[in-house]
Design a protein around this ligand. Structure first.
Ligand code: AMP
Ligand code: ZN
Length: 493
């Protein structure tokens, strides 16, 4: 039997603001769309948090036995610096500044994005479509919206008519805004704007002669508006209505609001049953963002090369840090928080090691079946990873007591404990274990032993800068040194 039949999932739906029983459109199958990155710069750790939240959600849905089609796009066209309608295309701007082709910008930062996600042990989505690969689909949607009377063309651009839409549907229902309030709070349109109303947003923008990324359309050469690609790609791969749409909280308005409007205007019904929004990673209490400079790159964390860090941190430690917060809570990054997570991570991994060697006996002092259900209850309650982790540490306590001979466990309970710990720690949270070096890694073994020797010499000479450097750099590569009574040993993740 599939796990989802016994484990009943509840999800906080941003559209209703309520925690709801999750029921997919087609039993056993889930369609999930998550807005991907705009590939004009390196992803910072804040971006990674949102994608990691959805990686964890994807992992848990799969673990429950659902067949998930997970679509996460690459935004490689059409994002304007200012807002949806004004300013320069971010990718084109970067291309101009670096004197390279826009597609070189896109290629460079798509590769960077994939590399970082791999380091963090993300599962790849089922489909990763690009905006530029779906221009035809976007044009078709614009034609449909125009035909239904919810858009207007003016001087080669097409705008969505928010007021007209609001006569028949409700603009603002996701973000909890009222169109009248939005109108009352907006500035007058600037003289250059062709829009009828400031709330209207571009579906298609006319390309000025200097604009590099451009495509032919019935309204002349241009490029799609910001919000359209996600409507086009989600509809194409998941259908007019699908189960889950996710993204960062900051995308709720206007991006997701506009996605809803576009779908309703063209299809006549709501596109998504459950909207999920991941909360922000902050640093010094402020949102991590590219534009303000208040950000840190994953590579800086892995190498320790940033002034806020006292040392490098492994990807799994950062992942563990992220998972310690609920995906809808704000999380603040600091060196102290990472140090605490590192300690917790190693404690958990040590317990995973000890678990394998526990001696089973005639009775269990720990109700593993009840504990297992508590782990599922946590995840079924809107993917509550902090509560799950608290439960995992409850098991760690018992594992250590059993190891010390102060508690017992039966063979069947030990097997259930092992399976459940493996499922949650590795499959659901996506943490990686420090493994043993394989038989064919003699060279690595030799190199690390040599470095341990050099570190010992440095310590004997009181050259702690060098000895710490060796330890920290090895850790950044996933090789952890452990000093014990019998000398220094190491493990590899
Ligand atoms: P962008 O490439 O700017 O479209 O952002 C990609 C994703 O990162 C979006 O889902 C954003 O909501 C998300 N994001 C941006 N900044 C942060 C942050 N500080 N914390 C969490 N997610 C963020
Ligand atoms: Zn999107």
């Amino acid at each position: 039997m599939q796990l989802y039949k016994e484990q009943k999932l509840k999800i906080t739906n941003s559209l209703t603001g309520k925690k709801e029983d999750f029921k997919p459109l087609n039993e056993g199958h889930i369609g999930m769309y998550v807005c991907g990155p705009t590939v004009y710069s390196n992803v910072h750790l804040g971006n990674c948090r949102t994608f990691m939240s959805f990686d964890m959600i994807f992992r848990y849905l799969r673990h429950l036995g659902f067949k998930v089609r997970y679509v996460r796009n690459i935004t490689d066209a059409g994002h304007l610096v200012d807002d949806a309608d004004e300013g320069e295309d971010k990718i084109a701007k970067k291309a101009r500044l670096e004197k390279i082709e826009p597609m070189e910008v896109v290629q460079r930062y798509t590769l960077d994005f994939h590399k970082i996600l791999e380091q963090f042990n993300f599962l790849p989505p089922s489909i990763e479509p690009t905006a530029t690969g779906h221009i035809i689909e976007q044009l078709e949607i614009i034609k449909e919206i125009l035909a239904k009377g919810y858009a207007y063309e003016i001087k080669g651009s097409v705008y969505f008519d928010v007021n007209k839409f609001n006569e028949h549907f409700e603009y603002g229902k996701l973000s909890g805004r009222k169109l009248e309030d939005m109108i009352a709070n907006t500035r007058e349109l600037t003289a250059q704007s062709d829009k009828k109303s400031p709330q209207d947003f571009a579906l298609w923008k006319k390309a000025e002669p200097q604009h590099i990324m451009r495509w032919p359309s019935p309204w002349g050469d241009g490029f799609p508006g910001w919000h359209l690609e996600c409507t086009a790609m989600s509809t194409k791969y998941l259908g007019e209505t699908f189960d889950i749409h996710g993204g960062g909280m900051d995308l709720k308005f206007p991006h997701h609001e506009c996605e809803i409007a576009q779908s309703e205007a063209s299809n006549g019904h709501s596109p998504v049953n459950y909207w999920l929004h991941a909360n922000m990673l902050t640093m010094n209490g402020k949102k991590m963002a590219k534009s303000t400079g208040n950000n840190i790159l994953p590579g800086e964390i892995f190498s320790g090369k940033n002034t806020i860090l006292s040392k490098p941190f492994m990807p799994s430690v950062v992942r563990f840090f992220m998972m310690q917060a609920h995906y809808t809570s704000i999380l603040d990054l600091s060196n102290d928080a990472l140090l605490a997570s590192e300690k917790g991570y190693h404690k958990l991994m040590d317990a995973m090691d000890n678990l394998k060697d526990l001696d089973a006996g005639g009775k269990s002092d720990f109700n593993v079946t009840e504990w297992r259900q508590k782990c599922y209850d946590a995840m079924n309650d809107d993917f509550n990873t902090p509560i799950l982790i608290a439960n995992l540490f409850e098991a760690v306590k018992h594992i250590n007591l059993i190891k010390e001979g102060k508690e017992g466990i039966t063979q069947s309970d030990k097997e259930l404990l092992q399976k459940t710990m493996n499922d949650f720690v590795f499959d659901v949270l996506g943490l990686e274990h420090k493994g043993e070096i394989g038989q064919d890694s003699d060279k690595l073994q030799g190199v690390v032993e040599l470095l341990i020797q050099l570190r010992n010499e440095a310590r004997n000479n009181k050259d702690f800068a060098t000895s710490d450097k060796i330890r920290d750099q090895l850790l950044a590569l996933g090789i952890q040194l452990k000093d014990g009574k019998e000398g220094t040993s190491f493990s590899v993740s």
